[in-house]
Design a protein around this ligand. Sequence first.
Ligand SMILES: O=P(O)(O)OC[C@H]1O[C@H](O)[C@H](O)[C@@H](O)[C@@H]1O
Length: 322
Amino acid sequence: TEHRSVERAKGINGLDKIIVRDRRGRSVEVYLYGGQVTSWKNEKGEDLLFMSSKAIFEPPTAIRGGIPVLFPQYSNTGPLPGHGFVRNRFWKIDAHPPPLPSHPSSNALVDLILRSSQDDFKIWPHKFVYRLRVSLGHGGDLTLTSRVKNTDVKPFNFTTGFHPYFSVSDISEIQVEGLHNLDYLDQQKNRTRFTDHGKVITFDSQLDRLYLSAPNKIRIVDHKKKKTIVVHKEGLVDAVVWNPWDKKVSDLGVEDYRRFVAVEPVAVAKPITLKPGQEWKGIVQVSVAPSRHSRRKLLQVSALPSRCSRGKLGPQKCLPHT
Ligand SMILES: O=P(O)(O)OC[C@H]1O[C@H](O)[C@H](O)[C@@H](O)[C@@H]1O
């Protein structure tokens, strides 16, 4: 039976999750813990998001995969825990969300809400309400709309973002496009500033860059899947590209890094300021398109020695020259 639905269910370890389905069998799953999207499936049931094989679904640990929400601090750029604390909080369903300018393509959706608590106030002394809308569009696209309101009596600043783990065929077979000629802060080098002169980003070792004032559209071209993930952002000026490669991340399986890339719409370089009563809005829309690139182009790139994969076990593997 083809219908759209919003269903509440028990997820891993009994954690509450919401499953939004559209008429074509596409779905998105959101855990109330973290307000975190953990799965986004197309009509074939393929998940377009990555979840770590060692993800820990046990509060207060953050879930490694899907789309964590980062607020009110991106990464370790301030005194708060890494990436802030809303990814470690229990969100609620927002039964009465204030209206959003109507989104013509919106198909099936859920609204979540997180209000700052007394405990949060101890580590970040500002009252706020964070609303998150997760919606599936008619074209199967996924949109996350954030609204943060200052419900306090004094202004506050924050940095924020979304941290999508995109599922890829193989990290060595993809490229990220749209960030050439931009300045970035290398997060592996104390955020030293560099300019990216490469036409595209390819991966053959750990990469962790904060691109400044990135365009609103970034593409992840997956040559093997012949698919492109298009990340469209609004209100989030910067973008992080991250893959840990063989750097130890305790809740990632050994070979898991091969199966994802993080392309994160964020607002970091210029923190956002909200006066009492003011609201900030940020949007990320993700869609999948057939790739424009041919296999031939990939093989040309892959033939370079730097494209060899450094398998942890066994000898170094290279794609064949053609
Ligand atoms: O381990 P987490 O706190 O979830 O952070 C995971 C990663 O997030 C971002 O992508 C940062 O750029 C990385 O430096 C960080 O390692």
